[in-house]
Design a protein around this ligand. Structure first.
Ligand SMILES: [Fe+2]
Ligand SMILES: [Fe+2]
Length: 278
């Protein structure tokens, strides 16, 4: 090989290696991470993996939720690369092949990256998602045909009853939705209230302030005119527990927290209108 050609290749390789460094470091960390289990409401378990390398020094959590019943449901599949961790954690609660439903908030790697791994492990499980998500993603991506959920449709899990609620583009994703477990009044609210850190599995403290701070950092929401009213409509459920995908589970006045979060998104939107950015 010509010396200049070899030099160019070496340079290119080094550039790629540097670009991939955070991912390689994350993959390495995942091997030594652990997934912690907490029961956040009667028969609802939080499987939580903390990744200190994301948004250091606070770090970031990825939470999956197992809703027990005659037909157990998993909300969020977790990242594909975290599948072994989540599978082992779930197996400490029930045998994974007992899972009957796989659901999630929107089509994104942390929400549903490991869906097909779960479907392979649990032969009786069916993916369930809203009309938009099934139409644009799951009909193609899922290894088994999904159950298409209409807005406000429920599934009786036997001992638990979950309701699918469409929240398009809130906090992001055309297909976005949340699940509400009616018997425990638990809102599985996905990325809503995302916060940094890993202080505790459950809290009755402030979840709105940390969510506002995380939004300022990540800017992860698709700000849209309907956002405030979409979040405010969830407050009518008066949830007792808010199961955050990235943060602790909040136990307390869920309606007040949702209204305060909605107010903050309204404020962000009117700020943008005021400065002419919308
Ligand atoms: Fe997301
Ligand atoms: Fe997420």
């Amino acid at each position: 090989m010509q010396p200049t050609r070899a030099r160019t290749l070496r340079k290119r390789w080094r550039k790629r290696a540097v670009a991939n460094w955070p991912l390689r470091r994350l993959a390495k960390r995942i091997k030594v991470m652990e997934t912690k289990i907490s029961e956040i409401a009667d028969g609802i378990y939080r499987l939580s993996t903390y990744v200190p390398d994301i948004a250091p020094p606070a770090g970031f959590t990825f939470n999956q939720f197992l809703v027990l019943g005659d037909e157990p449901l998993m909300f969020h599949t977790g990242l594909r690369k975290m599948f072994p961790l989540n599978r082992d954690a779930l197996n400490r609660i029930i045998e994974a092949d007992r899972l009957r439903w796989i659901a999630f908030g929107h089509f994104e790697a942390d929400e549903c990256g490991a869906m097909n791994e779960w479907l392979a492990l649990a032969p009786q499980a069916t993916p369930a998602h809203g009309q938009t998500g099934c139409m644009v993603s799951l009909n193609d991506f899922a290894d088994r045909a999904p159950r298409v959920m209409n807005d406000n449709e429920t599934i009786d899990l036997g001992g638990k009853r979950i309701r699918f609620i469409d929240t398009p583009h809130t906090p992001h994703g055309w297909d976005a939705g949340v699940l509400y477990e009616e018997t425990t009044r638990t809102l599985l609210c996905g990325d809503l209230f995302t916060q940094l850190g890993n202080e505790r599995a459950m809290t009755d403290g402030d979840v709105v302030g940390p969510a506002i701070a995380a939004e300022d950092i990540f800017k992860y929401s698709s700000l849209n005119p309907g956002m405030g009213s979409t979040i405010r409509s969830l407050s009518k459920l008066a949830p007792r527990t808010l199961a955050l995908m990235h943060g602790p589970a909040f136990v307390g006045d869920g309606a007040a927290a949702l209204e305060a979060l909605a107010d903050d998104y309204d404020r962000r939107l009117s700020d943008l209108v005021r400065v002419g950015r919308i």
